[in-house]
Design a protein around this ligand. Sequence first.
Ligand code: F6P
Length: 328
Amino acid sequence: MEIKTIKKIGVLTSGGDSPGMNAAIRAAVRAGFYYDIEMFGIYRGYEGMISNDIEKLDSGHIGHILERGGTFLKSARSDEFRTKEGRQKAFDNLKSHGIDALIVIGGDGSLTGAHLFYKEHGIPAIGLPGTIDNDLSGTDLTIGFDTACNTAIEAIDKIRDTATSHDRLFFVEVMGRDAGFIAINAGIGSAAAAILIPEKKMQIEDLVEKLKARRKRKKTSNIVIVAEGGKSGGAAEIARKVQKFLPYYDTKVTILGHLQRGGAPSSYDRLLASKLGVMAVEGLLAGKYDVMTGIINNKVVYTPIKRAIVDDKAVDEDDFRIAKILST
Ligand code: F6P
């Protein structure tokens, strides 16, 4: 493949934000400056590419953002970019700035956009896995996942205190639309009584039996973690179904929601984002296009975007088994 000369790189964050996105932007921009490249910020993801909300970045833009949650470039999900006309407008705007390559930080939808755009308009693009869901292949962990798990665990610890004081049964819903990674990690890390994830169906009867057995063993508090995309329904629905069989429990539901997406990135997320930001720029300069950069077994790797978004990243069977053993 022909290696293009790259002089101007545009950076954008797209889809649901995740802690560490700012650190990734900073690393990419700093690396760009190091290699004498002009760096451009594209605001609100693909929306900003279409509306020409693009500006040249200097070091002032990226001061003191490493430690901040969210993304200073803002984020959005763009319906217009799904159309050929929308992508043409975006391309014309990039050309007007002379931008020759893109760094896209986001989840599977955002990386799909980068792949399509490269196929259609030949703009070299490299993706960074930015999502709390951890549902991308080509990297052990995605940027933001570790922080989201820490946030969920901190919140569940607090729920545990009140659950224990009142001998209550709590159903806590965590994020993860189609993936149970946050649920499994937060569940193991907070000694959950059971963990319900989209990847595995759990019968209500089995859950009820499990909770009855725990009551017999005098477990005073029970916290059931439910991933939002669970096959048996959300936390509220499951609580309703279970309550009928366990009338002696005062059952409560807490939905952690978007608080899992905010906050300062953890040490791991800062490191991951910083490494991947630099490797994204170096990847583009080395002619690695249409790939996502990630870390597998402590090594930075580049995976074709098509594979990163299509290959199913499965929840580790050992993790699931371990969670089961620890909750009996
Ligand atoms: O993809 C990240 C994520 O936080 C999912 O876990 C969740 O289902 C979704 O985004 C929520 O999206 P929105 O912020 O648009 O409600």
